[in-house]
Write a protein that binds this ligand. Sequence first.
Ligand SMILES: Nc1ncnc2c1ncn2[C@@H]1O[C@H](COP(=O)(O)OP(=O)(O)OP(=O)(O)O)[C@@H](O)[C@H]1O
Length: 283
Amino acid sequence: MIEIRGLAKSYGDHQALHDVSLSIRPGEFVVVLGPSGAGKSTLLRCINRLIEPTAGDILVDGTSLSSNRRDLRLLRRNVAMIFQQHNLVKRLSVLKNVLVGRMADLSPILSSLQLFPEADVKIAMHCLEQVAMSHKARNRADALSGGEQQRVGIARALAQQPKFMLADEPVASLDPKTSRTVLNYLKKSCKESNIAVLCNLHQIDYALEFAERVVGLSAGRVVYDGAPAGVSGDVIRSIYPGLDDPNVLDAAQRLTERRRAAAEAEIALAATSVATTSVEGRA
Ligand SMILES: Nc1ncnc2c1ncn2[C@@H]1O[C@H](COP(=O)(O)OP(=O)(O)OP(=O)(O)O)[C@@H](O)[C@H]1O
């Protein structure tokens, strides 16, 4: 369990985050939505202390972690990060890039020589399988498409065996079809490994489709924290104040309707199969 309590961040006299508190359960897939400048990246960067919060606590399994060296090591061990631009080492193989996720557990000598124990290679290969990239393990990272590189980025984060994954706009540079593939792999692989995810997204459609919980951030404050089904037009207006784009509001509406239709179809199918089973039982 990751808990964020009363997190605040000021850059000079500009307060980018105000008193943000969130608890995220193991395996939960949470999407942060918010307009540009709302503080989404600042939130993620404060959580893994890439930047120092002005106030607040980060607790991993009930233990508050400060910025001393020991706590930072614990935090980095438990919290993996996925970036928008993949940040792979281009000239290295896919497998070596994923093995970078194992370096925290490796002695400095072995790590500088890039000598990885067989057990780590097995973990890395398993992580590549989770994102369906094991067949490209020996390829150079720069020979992959953007979507494939992001799947390798996910495998590298998985290889760290974290409790928590932070993804800062992981599909911002990808086309819609590839974005959905990447988000599917991210969600599926984290579910398999019971890793909690906090994922910043700009696309409301994807948030409503993939999130189990949506956190709406506006001007550094949490203005919504709840189920995607509760993201109404009013909630979207509170996250994106001043927004009056009917397309955006329609997207939320369309998705809610699609969800309702899918749920109704599922109930109808279940009812049919119950009826068939009971007829077969009687025959
Ligand atoms: N290093 C910094 N120094 C000063 N101000 C900053 C710094 N980083 C961010 N800010 C400001 O803090 C606010 C929040 O920025 P942040 O990057 O967290 O927003 P965001 O929601 O991630 O935006 P985007 O979706 O455009 O990436 C913005 O007003 C931004 O200008």
